[in-house]
Design a protein around this ligand. Sequence first.
Ligand SMILES: CC(C)(COP(=O)(O)OP(=O)(O)OC[C@H]1O[C@@H](n2cnc3c(N)ncnc32)[C@H](O)[C@@H]1OP(=O)(O)O)[C@@H](O)C(=O)NCCC(=O)NCCS
Length: 109
Amino acid sequence: MRTPLRAIRSSSPSTREKSLGWATYGDFRDTQRWPGYRYTVEHSIHVSEAHWPHGVGRALLDELMTRAAAAGKRVMIAAIDTTNGRSIAFHHQLGFEEVGRLPRHSISF
Ligand SMILES: CC(C)(COP(=O)(O)OP(=O)(O)OC[C@H]1O[C@@H](n2cnc3c(N)ncnc32)[C@H](O)[C@@H]1OP(=O)(O)O)[C@@H](O)C(=O)NCCC(=O)NCCS
């Protein structure tokens, strides 16, 4: 999905829109080289901390999953740092399940 899905709030027509968060997905792997992955995507989601936990993340991810399904995608993957318990709990609530861990696969600078 090229343009991230954004949650915005505008309290009145004269007020500037305020971004509450965004969500997006992209190919999980290079589908030109590995077409078998064409139905699989990896997503990212971020909600502004001031708006935790009031349903913004659920609204964004529900809509993102609906759009991905409409685009023919069948599997959505979240790669979550094991220290991010909030995101793990959030994804469990939305029906995701843990399928594996990748120890020492990335470097923090
Ligand atoms: C993870 C994140 C997207 C959750 O967004 P949110 O708007 O706070 O989540 P919601 O209020 O929509 O919560 C949805 C469900 O997750 C659950 N949930 C959310 N935070 C939780 C927490 N800390 N512990 C347990 N459950 C939690 C809620 O209880 C809710 O369940 P319900 O709808 O059945 O009541 C948000 O905290 C965030 O942006 N974190 C920083 C960025 C990040 O970690 N992104 C994910 C990287 S993979």
